[in-house]
Design a protein around this ligand. Structure first.
Ligand SMILES: [Zn+2]
Length: 345
């Protein structure tokens, strides 16, 4: 199979992963799915105690280990109050922004009574009725989930089995255009989980044993800041976050490229790691861009913060409109996969 064909596998995996809601703190089902996908490829994947997925992909030198990390948790919401009108006030999970969550359909996942449909709306959302519609700031305080059930009071909603603390999952609306664009919420970072699965499949199909021991860590709780804090095996010298590459004004990267991050909000990435990535991209016709990310933290930042003595890097396919309705491209996936293959040789 040519490397290009792995992109098709990755896109199919991403669609399946997107179909399983996984706001941060509610990731059990998707993690089990990812474990099974690694097992189908012939790997011995297992869950970490806090609910991530850890896989040893093999490789000779255990004392020069490399962890590739991508996160499976996403933004979302959690019910903070059942209002007197029976509708739900929501508290955000991670950096979910109410502006671009407006009018999105949601699933409310109850603990004991199944799931319910709803829509996240501005309070009093009919423009023919609400004279302040245009001027109202979209915030978590003046927006609500309208439940698609016959509820008019707090008691009605409670009778359904909906409770404070239930998770609210926003519809990802995943679609892939004939021109190769991948559009969805939560490409950050489910797109990269697909890419790591694609890399694992590539190693298996081609019976490649890397020189250094390679691990995949599909983390959870990245969106709240402690995804990569644990589960770094002895002998690991390097950790690379495979997470969304920033695209926007003043930056170089497009959705068709692999982004190599030189610095994020926390500080610079390891000099040798970044230099090697640039060099390998140039030598292997990989379409890349180097950028500084102004508002960004990664799993490997967190691993260093937790006290691990490692070299760190961050790459990923370019993603536009991050934390909103995001867009990437199959070429960005391909370039990211190619760079991982070269880097881990
Ligand atoms: Zn991310």
């Amino acid at each position: 199979m040519e490397i290009k064909e792995y992109v098709d596998y990755i896109v199919e995996e991403v669609k399946k992963i997107m179909a399983i809601n996984s706001p941060t703190g509610y990731t059990k089902e998707v993690a089990n799915f990812v474990v099974d996908e690694y097992k189908k490829l012939g790997y011995d994947a297992s869950l970490t105690v806090k609910g991530g997925v850890f896989v040893d992909l093999g490789g000779e030198d255990v004392d020069d280990g490399l962890v590739l990390a991508a996160h499976i948790d996403t933004l979302g919401g959690i019910v903070s109050q059942i209002k007197s009108n029976g509708r739900l006030k929501v508290s955000p999970l991670g950096g979910m922004n109410p502006n671009n969550a407006e009018a999105e359909t949601v699933k409310i996942m109850t603990r004991f009574a199944g799931e319910f449909d709803g829509t996240f709306q501005l309070n009093n959302a009919s423009i023919h009725v609400n004279g302040d519609y245009d001027d109202t700031k979209r915030s978590w305080d003046n927006m609500e989930v309208v439940i698609d059930e016959d509820v008019k009071s707090k008691e009605d909603t409670e009778k359904l089995g909906i409770m404070v603390g239930d998770f609210v999952c926003f519809n990802p609306r995943t679609t892939v255009t004939s021109s190769g664009y991948i559009k969805s919420r939560f490409l950050d970072d489910k797109l990269s989980v697909g890419i790591l699965l694609g890399y694992a499949k590539y190693l298996k199909d081609n019976k490649i044993t890397p020189k250094r021991r390679i691990y995949n860590h599909i983390t959870v709780y990245e969106e709240v800041g402690h995804g990569g804090a644990a589960s770094v095996p002895d002998g690991v010298k390097e950790m690379i976050s495979v997470d969304m590459g920033c695209v926007g004004e003043g930056l170089n990267c497009t959705e068709k490229q692999v982004s190599i991050c030189a610095k994020d909000s926390r500080g610079p990435y390891n000099y040798d790691v970044v230099t090697k990535m640039i060099k390998l991209s140039k030598e292997n016709d990989i379409d890349f861009a180097v950028d500084i990310y102004p508002f960004y933290g990664s799993d490997v930042d967190v691993a260093l913060g937790a006290g691990h003595d490692i070299k760190h890097g961050l790459i990923g396919a370019g993603v536009y409109a991050s934390h909103g309705y995001e867009r990437s491209h199959k070429d960005g996936v391909l370039n990211t996969l190619k760079l991982i293959i070269e880097y881990c040789k």
